[in-house]
Design a binder for this molecule. Structure first.
Ligand code: UDP
Ligand code: MG
Length: 315
């Protein structure tokens, strides 16, 4: 039987962790596979870490890593994937929004040898604020149009991957991580399981609307160069238009002796072009900032406490 590693990023999840662990453990036991849990405490300020300490003492299947501060879910997932040593590895949220009941089916699909990864996607966004769903749909539509990487709508980070795929994902060691894009970028044969949205078991979501908006912009910048192309094509078009306008003005002045009036329209044009230039500079700045952070090659996270002995593998 294969060994299954479950990677769980946790940020202030004291309410949901006990529920998550009981339910997921029961499902895994039933499959008969060997398994391990890797909990990543992402700088929680509640009792998450002490719960994990106790759990690890009670159960040898449990290991945990604790970060020195909140590094974000992406960093936590990366840490977990780096240290997981199962044949199959799954990333799951601690709030039971990723139904553990899908695991047996996922394992069976990988065992059949037809797929390298089985991923879950929500059919509906029931229970979510409508405005958030609307923006989410626009985001998927946009990123799929302007990026070569396939980002499936409603896809969760919840997926069970074969060792080869995990190694591929880990080998992409960029510090601006956008996992939904990375999973698509590495390829492999993926099977999609759809399920109805499940609401959080306990606690509350860690994503504010603005945090999500920033995540969406990061996703686009990380996986598409389209904004840069749009800026340069737009600039070229504007130059062409202004050149044509210049010719019209000269012709009007020379042939019809008609000086162009209009101070107001001039100011409008100046402000418009100024705004456009700043916007394009901003777009370039975003890419430059990402490049800057990338060149620093800072570690993705800092681990201050763990019960694993093999942390040297982790960066
Ligand atoms: N999470 C994390 N670090 C963060 C934010 C979230 O490790 O900075 C974890 C969180 O504990 C949970 C998962 O990421 O296990 C998903 O977070 P959440 O349920 O808040 O997001 P949502 O399901 O609302 O998108
Ligand atoms: Mg959640």
């Amino acid at each position: 039987m294969p060994k299954v590693s479950i990677v769980v990023p946790c940020y202030n999840e004291q309410e949901s962790l006990p529920l998550f662990f009981t339910e997921t453990e029961a499902v895994l036991r039933e499959t008969g596979c060997d398994y391990e849990f890797i909990f990543i405490d992402d700088g929680s300020t509640d009792e998450t870490l002490s719960f994990l300490r106790q759990l690890a003492m009670r159960d040898t299947h449990v290991t945990y890593l604790s970060f020195s501060r909140n590094f974000g879910k992406e960093a936590a997932m990366y840490a977990g994937l780096c240290s997981a040593d199962g044949d199959y590895v799954a990333v799951m949220d601690a709030d039971l929004q990723d139904p553990p009941s899908l695991l047996p089916q996922m394992i069976a699909l990988l065992e059949s040898g037809e797929y390298d990864s089985v991923a879950a996607r929500r059919k509906t966004r029931k229970g979510e604020p409508p405005i958030r769903s609307w923006f989410a749909r626009r985001f998927y539509h946009l990123i799929n149009r302007i990026s070569d990487t396939d980002v499936v709508e409603g896809a969760r980070d919840f997926r069970l991957m074969r060792r080869e795929m995990v190694d591929a994902v880990v080998s992409l060691s960029e510090s601006n991580r956008f996992s939904k894009g990375i999973f698509g970028w590495v390829g492999f044969r993926t099977c999609w399981l759809s399920y109805d949205n499940v609401e959080r078991a306990a606690g509350k979501t860690k994503w504010s609307f603005w945090k999500l908006a920033k995540y969406a912009v990061d996703g686009i910048i990380n996986f598409s160069q389209a904004p840069l192309s749009i800026a340069s094509w737009g600039g070229m078009l504007m130059t062409l238009v202004s050149f044509l306008m210049l010719i019209i003005i000269i012709v009007r002045r020379l042939i019809f002796g008609d000086p162009v009036a209009g101070w107001a329209s001039l100011i409008c044009v100046i402000i418009f072009i100024g705004g456009l230039q700043l916007f394009c500079l901003g777009v370039m700045g975003q890419y430059l900032a990402k490049t800057y952070m990338e060149t620093k090659r800072r570690p993705h996270f800092i681990i201050t406490e763990t019960n694993r002995s093999d942390t040297r593998r982790i960066r």
